[in-house]
Design a protein around this ligand. Structure first.
Ligand code: COI
Length: 349
């Protein structure tokens, strides 16, 4: 792997006490190009603009997929990566759906390790900090014919981060727009899924909601996700989350919470949830919690849910499952709780 280090690190210019999510990038990036039916040798370069002809296919047809993963620094200043094999697997599942050639494991893993070693100072050990890692692949072939590209670029960039959302999470049930239909690309981390969500989300933002609850494309009756998160409800003392399908992203945080909840003796049901079931549970005082999960947010409580004109205010619970599971997950990620699941891997020095 060719490595060209920056002669001018930006790290001393960054105010680490103010890190709006995804706006500050570490010094280097990994780049690997696909041409003539193969991934070429990767290269680490200073973070910066990439050459992009106006005819690049991604600009016209959105052929692009990405991942979101996190690294943490433990008390001994070692970098811990969380479930990186799962991100690698999911990147290739997404790639396959978007007709993008899959990445070989060593291109992904060796590139990731090397990049993190070079930019290890950007991963802070202080409480609440992590390094958000964004691997992505896009169609870089120069052609405006509507067909899969013959050339691609794989890049990994990293961004020091603290919180994704600050403040309350008030969500509204979306009954018109759809995040993902059956048979579509909802289970993939396709860039276009997110682009398509911005217009309805902006409309909800204008009405004072931070996010939407997406419902199924066919009837808009069943709950799917919330914003960019998988969604969970605590009804009585059971945690309920929609089952994975081709319209729901298989969140790695979601999967981790399923395991942690079960190991805490909490019953988890992965099944379809009607919005009317949530309303009924609320009216009977049985809707104790709602929360979202995702790499960027980890576990994010939902404060209110609005359905049409009805606003359901979800009171904070003394024995919050969301908080308990979040603390356990974050403890494992940071190395302060023993990882019996083998989810974390130490970056080799
Ligand atoms: C993540 O949680 O990593 C996501 O994919 C959300 C992202 C769009 C910021």
């Amino acid at each position: 792997m060719k490595v060209t280090k920056t002669s001018k690190s930006k790290i001393n210019k960054i105010d680490f006490s103010k890190l709006p999510f995804g706006t500050v990038f570490s010094d280097h990036m990994l780049v690997c190009n696909y041409k003539d039916c193969q991934w070429n040798e990767s290269e680490i370069l200073p973070y910066g603009p990439i050459p992009m002809p106006p005819g690049a296919q991604v600009l016209h047809y959105g052929q692009s997929v990405f991942e979101g993963m996190k690294a943490f620094k433990n008390k001994s200043n070692e970098i811990l990566l969380f479930r990186k094999e799962e991100n690698f697997k999911r990147l290739n599942q997404s790639a396959e759906r978007l007709s993008i050639p899959v990445i070989e494991e060593d291109v992904f893993m060796d590139g990731l390790d090397e990049l993190l070693k070079i930019d290890s100072e950007w991963c802070k050990a202080d409480e609440g900090y992590s390094l958000y890692i964004r691997p992505f692949i896009f169609a870089s072939g120069e052609c405006v014919k509507a067909s899969a590209s013959e050339e691609y670029t794989f890049i990994i960039i990293t961004s020091p981060t603290t919180k994704y959302y600050a403040g309350e999470m008030n969500v509204v049930v979306e009954e018109h727009y759809t995040r993902a239909p059956q048979g579509g690309v909802g289970y993939a981390k396709a860039a276009g899924n997110y682009a398509a969500s911005f217009f309805p989300t902006k409309q909800a933002n204008a009405k004072g909601f931070q996010q939407l609850i997406w419902t199924d494309a066919k009837e808009h009756k069943y709950i799917e996700e919330s914003g960019t998160m998988n969604i969970w409800f605590r009804i009585g003392d059971i945690l309920v989350t929609p089952p994975l399908s081709d319209s729901i992203l298989g969140g790695i945080t979601r999967d981790s919470i399923v395991t942690l909840a079960k190991d805490n003796g909490i019953k988890v049901e992965q099944r379809r949830i009607l919005i009317t079931e949530v309303i009924e549970a609320f009216n009977k005082g049985r809707l104790k919690e709602a929360f979202g999960t995702g790499t960027a947010v980890t576990v994010n409580p939902i404060n209110t849910i609005t359905f049409r004109d009805e606003r359901m205010v979800i009171e904070q619970q003394d024995d919050s499952f969301a908080l308990k599971l979040k603390q356990q997950l974050q403890g494992i990620q940071k190395g302060s709780i023993v990882d019996v699941y083998d989810w974390t891997s130490k970056l080799k020095a």
